[in-house]
Design a protein around this ligand. Structure first.
Ligand code: NAI
Length: 335
């Protein structure tokens, strides 16, 4: 199968070349897929895309006219694909439903520990010969209450990690009837907001979760709450969180994803003037720790992502084996 791999970085290419072994004909393209770049997929059978490629109805229509029959998402989330349009156009969509949920859960812990013990600040201080401790005080995690919003594969592993550290775990997940561990409490969102010292987001981006963390939600949270988002940027209303950081209502913020990350993340912009003033404001807070969508980025996860993506292509072609399809009908049924 001829596959155009959009948003290719050197590490993507290396993993694909190693695992593909000439099974499929891969064309590596650096640009993101958008209405401006869709023409690059001419004479291909499938496009392979990542989290910030934009598969809106116009892009999908162009792809279909060029003969594209398959979209291979090399990620779990599918919020960037207009599934209803894909369905109408007869384009199938496959994803990587699971690839080391441990990678994301562990990175979430890294953000919490980094923020709490101010490792990012301590690192810079020590390099400058500044060994003063003022401003670096953290708190013991043992005994603290952690609120987990969305307890699927990642959220559940994260909940287990926090329990192992001696935290009380509250879970809010409208689609769960019971928790995976008897020590976790399944609670309504309002109770989670009221009781949690740390709140971590692990739900998908859907119309229901878009800007879930807004001014009203923050108003219900404990003073000084630590907020962590490793899920999708648009679940958090960034301006509302900035206001709450300024008053101290939000005590600290850890992000691996950002509302407008499509224009920033996965690129080296260190020599450029960044135009996003909201993002730049976030960088001015000492109690904000941001990573650029790297939670998934482990050797194990990359191997699994590429393996499953190529297997999806093979299964589509041969009509055999596991094809991890995501359909408009499934999503309609879920919501
Ligand atoms: P999953 O599908 O296993 O779990 C999602 C959970 O969220 C499910 O249990 C579902 O019932 C729950 N949920 C759905 N709507 C909800 C709502 N309104 N409120 C609360 N919970 C709700 O997905 P998984 O693999 O655990 O991934 C979670 C999210 O993490 C993905 O949707 C993706 O956006 C993000 N992600 C981020 C990565 C990164 O590198 N930063 C890498 C992989 C995933």
């Amino acid at each position: 199968m001829k596959i155009a791999v959009f948003s290719t970085k050197t590490y993507d290419r290396n993993f694909f070349l190693k695992i593909n072994q000439e099974r499929h004909q891969l064309t590596f393209l650096e640009p993101r897929l958008s209405s401006k770049t869709a023409a690059l997929a001419e004479e291909q059978d499938a496009v392979c895309v990542f989290v910030n490629d934009d598969l809106n109805v116009d892009v999908l229509t162009t792809l279909q006219k060029q003969g594209i029959r398959l979209i291979l998402l090399r990620c779990a989330g599918f919020n960037n694909v207009d599934l209803a349009a894909a369905n109408k156009l007869g384009i199938r969509v496959a994803r990587v439903p699971a690839y080391s949920p441990h990678a994301v859960a562990e990175h979430t812990l890294a953000l919490i520990l980094g923020l709490n013990r101010k490792t990012h600040r301590a690192y810079n201080r020590v390099r400058e010969g500044n060994f003063a401790l003022d401003g670096l005080m953290g708190f013991d995690l043992v005994g603290k209450t952690v609120g987990v919003i969305g307890a699927g594969q990642i959220g559940e592993i994260f909940a287990r990690i926090m329990k192992a550290l001696g935290c009380e775990v509250l879970i809010h997940d409208p689609y769960l009837q019971e928790t995976a561990d008897k020590d976790f409490s399944l609670v309504e969102l309002a109770e989670l907001y009221q009781r949690a010292d740390i709140i971590s987001l692990h739900c998908p981006l859907t119309p229901q979760t878009h800007h879930l963390i807004n001014e009203q939600a923050i108003g219900q949270m404990k003073d000084g709450v630590m907020l962590i988002n490793t899920s999708r940027g648009k679940i958090v209303h960034t301006r509302a969180v900035i206001d709450a950081l300024k008053t101290g209502r939000v005590g600290s913020l850890g992000l691996d994803v950002y509302e407008e990350e499509g224009d920033l993340f996965f690129a080296d912009l260190s020599a450029e003037v960044i135009q996003d003033d909201v993002f730049m404001r976030l960088l001015t807070f000492p109690n904000v720790l941001i990573t650029g969508h790297q939670a998934f980025f482990t050797t194990e996860a990359m191997t699994q992502i590429v393996q499953t993506t190529l297997d999806n292509a093979s299964a589509f072609e041969s009509q055999q084996g596991s094809f991890h399809e995501v359909t408009w009908q499934q999503v309609q049924g879920d919501s």
